[in-house]
Design a protein around this ligand. Structure first.
Ligand SMILES: [Zn+2]
Length: 324
């Protein structure tokens, strides 16, 4: 356990460890970077390290403090987040002020994590700013945001900025190859699809139906590519009932993209769906102009995904265009 289980964000690890070692932790950190880069998981790890009873510059994951953070019941940690589709309101920040006014109950430090800090209303941000400007010695803030420019500059100026970048394919691959029973080709597929996100890679391999889903997507794709025109109606109806239509369309797009790359003389290693290499070689052997046209259509459809009620008809139109 400890920071070594959080792969690929060495900069964030270094900052926290140095802070703990030197006793000069910053009172505010802003973790920023796209979704699924592990910002929140890392923030929880940092909160553990700040309160761990066993480790000085890391967290053990096993002591009472670490355990309570894992269970979400540590009295010295508060996580503030918006309700679905809402903003973070000033009332939420005010509540946390009460929490901040007393010394830690059990731990060494009090930690406040503000998840998606860009969702704070302006009054909420201003209220937080006062606390960030003069925090009591035991209080630490970790804010997360998908991008820096979404957070008010006044807040930014009070925080140490920590970018969460893309984790390299090599790192994800080497971690997964030690920790999952997948074959080499399957692993490569996961690594490509994860697109630099360890979180996405892990959630893919941990969901039991991951492989079934990909097989189903492949089957649908082959039907779309080689089925007869009179089957369009049935295909559209089936697709409209697909619960993760967006995911499927992403798959379809990546299959078309792979076919384009491969049949233009590309290397097998460049394929996203390397586990479906055989199908890409045979069924994906389609003229490149046609592939490009289909990709464009799928992409456009994905961008303006119709509401469930209207999906069947729109999908019919899409399939007709793709066959045309
Ligand atoms: Zn611990």
């Amino acid at each position: 356990m400890g920071f070594k289980e959080l792969i690929g964000q060495e900069k964030a690890v270094k900052l926290i460890k140095e802070g703990l070692r030197s006793g000069r932790l910053n009172h505010g950190y802003l973790y920023y970077g796209p979704e699924n880069r592990g910002k929140f998981t890392f923030a929880l790890g940092a909160a553990k390290a700040l309160n761990c009873f066993q480790e000085k510059e890391d967290y053990c994951g096993a002591c009472l403090s670490c355990e309570k953070i894992d269970k979400g019941v540590h009295p010295d940690l508060r996580v503030i987040e918006a309700q679905q589709g809402k903003s973070i309101k000033i009332e939420q920040i005010k509540k946390v002020k009460g929490f901040s006014s007393s010394r830690p109950h059990e731990g060494l430090r009090k930690v406040i994590i503000i998840k998606d800090a860009q969702l704070m209303t302006l009054p909420a941000a201003n209220s937080l700013l006062k606390l960030l400007e003069e925090p009591p010695s035991y209080l630490y803030f970790i804010l997360t945001s998908p991008a820096l420019d979404l957070v008010p500059p006044t807040i930014i100026s009070r925080c140490q900025l920590v970018p969460f970048g893309r984790v390299s394919r090599q790192k994800i691959y080497s971690y997964l190859s030690k920790n999952s029973p997948l074959t080499e080709d399957e692993l490569k597929g996961v690594v490509h699809l994860a697109d630099g996100s360890m979180g996405r890679a892990l959630s893919m391999i941990s969901s039991p139906d991951w492989k079934d889903k990909r097989e189903r997507y492949l089957k649908r794709t082959l039907q779309v590519l080689s089925g007869e025109e009179k089957e369009i109606f049935i295909q559209a109806e089936e697709l409209a009932g697909e619960e993760d239509l967006f995911d499927y369309l992403e798959f379809l797009e990546s299959f078309l993209r792979d076919s384009l790359v491969y049949h233009a003389g590309g290397d097998k290693d460049l394929l996203i769906n390397v586990d479906f290499y055989n199908e890409i070689e045979t069924e994906g052997n389609i003229p490149s102009e046609k592939l490009l046209y289909m990709m464009k259509e799928v992409e456009g459809f994905k961008k303006n995904l119709p509401l469930p009620l209207n999906r069947r008809l729109s999908l019919e139109a899409l399939l007709v265009k793709m066959k045309g």
